[in-house]
Design a protein around this ligand. Structure first.
Ligand SMILES: Nc1ncnc2c1ncn2[C@@H]1O[C@H](COP(=O)(O)OP(=O)(O)O)[C@@H](O)[C@H]1O
Ligand SMILES: [Mg+2]
Length: 237
């Protein structure tokens, strides 16, 4: 939980300095909703991944400079089937997709709730996968399972995590965070607090920076983006 909030707020942070695209992969279209964009897709969507015109027709400007959004497409629900039918090798596909986004310095993908084929594919086409981790036993378990499902030894170092929905008053949250810090290599040293401002994004339909710029949640997302930029993988780009 917290993927969409993270995608929207981090993409907003990135767009302050760089051309940024947020690509909504969730058919529930929450990212589009938060950014006040009608998630309507034009044209035949069967060849979504490799046709330039699909992107040209459907990428929309948000209310913010240098911040565009590509809305969710129902076809993405069947992306795994589509991918399995495609003739391109995985490598060609990656090249083509990256070619579509030449104008953007950063492309964020807001992942769907759960789908391991998609997650695997996501990991393949992305430089970095960021997974919010709520400091509870169950989330930890889900995180470990997801990681071992999608990652191999080589890709493991591109999967990052950070604590989200943290309540520092809860002993259990603090204990779990301490334990994870000891064992998790790619844990970014930023905790996003449990915050009513983040919930308010659904009412205000805007990034937290615009709701409470000096608040804890806003600075946490700003710090998170900074931490990612400073990571070995992104700083080498
Ligand atoms: N740090 C947080 N504090 C409080 N509420 C949060 C926080 N992160 C997410 N939420 C709320 O939890 C719900 C799910 O978050 P969301 O980002 O949509 O998760 P996902 O995309 O992983 O399903 C939303 O209502 C959102 O406002
Ligand atoms: Mg979501």
């Amino acid at each position: 939980m917290g993927k969409t909030a993270t995608a929207v707020n981090l993409a907003y942070e990135a767009s302050k300095d760089s051309q940024t695209l947020l690509w909504d992969w969730d058919s529930q279209a929450s990212s589009s909703f938060y950014l006040r964009i009608k998630p309507k897709i034009k044209g035949k969507t069967g060849s979504i991944i490799t046709k330039k015109s699909y992107y040209q027709k459907n990428i929309k400007a948000t209310d913010f400079p240098d911040f565009d959004l590509l809305p969710a497409d129902f076809i993405l629900r069947d992306l795994d089937v589509m991918l399995s039918k495609m003739k391109d090798s995985k490598k060609d596909l990656k090249k083509k997709i990256i070619g579509m986004f030449g104008d953007y310095e950063y492309v964020f993908i807001d992942a769907p709730p759960s789908a391991s084929v998609l997650s695997e594919y996501l990991l393949y086409i992305s430089d970095v996968v960021l997974i919010p981790l709520i400091p509870t036993v169950l989330s930890l378990r889900t995180y470990s399972m997801l990681k071992s499902e999608i990652a191999n030894d080589k890709s493991r170092n591109r999967i990052f995590t950070f604590f989200s929905m943290v309540d520092k008053r809860k002993k259990m949250h603090n204990d779990i965070m301490e334990d994870v810090k000891k064992v998790e290599n790619n844990l970014l040293n930023v905790s996003v607090p449990y915050s009513a401002v983040i919930e308010k994004m659904g009412i205000e339909r805007t990034p937290v920076q615009l709701i409470e710029p000096k608040g804890q949640a806003s600075s946490a997302y700003a710090d998170l983006w900074k931490a990612l930029l400073e990571s070995e993988i992104l700083s080498a780009k």
